[in-house]
Design a protein around this ligand. Structure first.
Ligand code: FAD
Length: 498
């Protein structure tokens, strides 16, 4: 039996970060991944010559001094990951269909602020106050500065007020409120449910800079793989852990894999959905309060996606555009509600040409979708779903086609749809809990599952632990991983990567 210091369960952005940090901290690490390959939501897939992103399209924080750039430096991956920054306003635009207004967002906080003020000349004060509040939250969140003592975000006053209530106090203009809450699509929580503080921690990065990564999620996975190999991290795919049966003195004594093998490790760190973690802990080893807290977590929004390519011989009518968000309603609360019956929002993501490699990168078109809305097919698996489910998919594809034809007619004959995915597709291919895009819905005042669990050699990190997105998932692993390797080791890693 091989003896490890740490088992890391899950190999998405958070599991890979966790495993690498622990290994860099001198620990013997085993990654267990349920899927056949590592990468989780970073994974890409091919249709013909075209590579498509699944759960990683673009990110903030890759600018010099940005949080993702700093995390990659710490992990010794900075040179292995090549960002492709959006440099022009035209590359990122929000279309508000009710009013026909189009807003472009230039990169950089000051330029974005200036542009929004030019677009809303009578709302200068509100826009200044919004950006000041964002900066203030980020400055008071030590975990956003990885050079400092990395600890979980403090509870600020802004953690207890919603984004929606802040925006309603700042401005009576529903269009401006829509624009300032548009990035809720990047965390899948309604503005009246997310705290202003968590909104600020997420979107500050998107105002600073937005970048794609050369080779997309594959690029990140390859970079992680190189570093994990260097540190001799063992990786097992296609296996997971069985519910714990060998528990002594409040700790799991030995870990049994789904293939029957036993593994000895000092601890296990989970980067999977909290409700999946709960299912491994026997009832007698957890309190009812703990179980009910975890069970009460709701899901963030997910996406219905269409994967497309530029038709052979056709010319991209807007080669510069990279992210186009179509909002049929100014009210982002409505657009992110499962009960909403209007036309859904659509986000079209076209990796910039500079990101193209030998192999073409495809266009992804995302429409908010909610796992509960297709719960009737929840028991089915890939390749074995009913014709009613196929009809649902076909209906969504046609609705998206019509939406694009109405708003971006120049793309009608240019985009060739090659495949589509529902939240069930994501659930099954990404081995996720329910197919939501960002794990647990981060609601105001919620006490997330992060760090040490009631069985003391188990820990939780991942997108549901702190903040969603690749940045949030990686941050959660730095916070928890640091508490495992200790401040001194972490400090030495900050001083210079070996
Ligand atoms: C359609 C879509 C678009 C998105 N777009 C973006 C984007 O552009 N930018 C961005 O930053 N974020 C985006 N996200 C969100 C982002 O993908 C996630 O927040 C982030 O990747 C989560 O990382 P993670 O490691 O916490 O989880 P995951 O990537 O989900 O990794 C969890 C891993 O655990 C494995 N696993 C599950 N259960 C078990 C088990 N019992 N045992 C062993 N292994 C297990 C899974 O197979 C998976 O590999 C998007 C998500 C989706 C779905």
């Amino acid at each position: 039996m091989t003896i490890y210091d740490d088992i890391v369960v899950g190999s998405g952005a958070s599991g890979l970060t966790m495993a690498l940090l622990l290994a860099m901290g001198g620990r013997r690490v085993l990654i267990l991944e349920k899927a056949p390959l590592i990468g989780g939501s970073l994974s890409m897939f091919s249709r013909g010559r075209v590579r498509f992103d699944t759960g990683f399209h673009f990110t903030g924080g890759l600018n010099e001094g940005g949080i993702l750039s700093e995390m990659l430096t710490l992990l010794g991956m900075k040179e292995l990951v090549e960002p492709v920054f959006l440099t022009k306003s035209v590359q990122n635009r929000f279309v508000f269909e009710e009013s026909g207004k189009v807003f472009e967002q230039p990169p950089g906080i000051e330029p974005a602020k200036m542009k929004f003020k030019a677009d809303f000349p009578s709302e200068g004060q509100a826009i200044d106050a919004y950006f000041e509040m964002i900066a203030s939250v980020c400055n008071r969140t030590p975990s956003m500065n990885i050079q400092e003592n990395l600890i979980a975000p403090p509870n600020l006053e802004e953690d207890y007020v919603s984004l929606d209530s802040v925006l309603k106090k700042l401005t009576g203009n529903p269009l401006l409120r829509g624009l300032l809450s548009g990035y809720a699509m990047c965390y899948g929580v309604r503005p009246d449910e997310i705290s202003f503080a968590n909104h600020a921690r997420m979107v500050n990065n998107f105002y600073e800079s937005i970048a794609f990564v050369k080779d997309g999620g594959d690029g990140l996975i390859m970079a992680f793989k190189k570093r994990l190999d260097f540190y001799g991290v063992d990786i097992r795919c296609g296996v997971s852990l069985l519910p714990f049966s060998d528990i002594k003195d409040g700790m799991v004594n030995s870990f049994t894999l789904t293939n029957g093998e036993s593994v000895s490790a000092e601890r296990a760190v989970f980067t999977i959905h909290p409700q999946e973690i709960l299912s491994l802990i026997p009832e007698k080893s957890r309190s009812r309060a703990f179980a009910s807290r975890i069970s009460s977590f709701e899901s963030s929004a997910g996406f219905f996606s269409v994967f497309a390519k530029i038709r052979n011989g056709a010319v991209d009518p807007e080669p510069d555009s990279a992210i186009i968000s179509l909002f049929p309603d100014n009210d982002v609360n409505a657009l992110l509600s499962p009960e909403y019956c209007g036309k859904p929002a659509v986000v079209i993501i076209k990796p910039p040409h500079a990101a193209h490699d030998a192999c073409e990168r495809g266009v992804c078109i995302l429409e908010p979708a909610f796992p509960e809305k297709i719960a009737q097919w929840g028991d089915s698996t890939v390749g074995k779903r009913s014709s009613a489910y196929s009809d649902y998919k076909e209906e969504r594809v046609e609705a998206i086609r019509a939406h694009i034809a109405a708003q971006l007619p120049a793309y009608s004959d240019v985009l060739e749809f090659v495949d589509a995915a529902s939240t069930l597709t994501y659930r099954d291919y990404l081995c996720s809990h329910d197919g939501s895009a960002y794990g647990v819905k981060q609601k105001i005042g919620q006490f997330n599952l992060i760090g040490r669990l009631p069985l003391h050699n188990l820990y939780a990190a991942g997108q549901s632990a702190l903040l969603p997105g690749v940045v949030g998932a990686m941050m959660s692993s730095l916070i928890v991983g640091r508490s495992i390797i200790g401040k001194d080791r972490y400090g030495r890693l900050l001083g210079g990567v070996s």
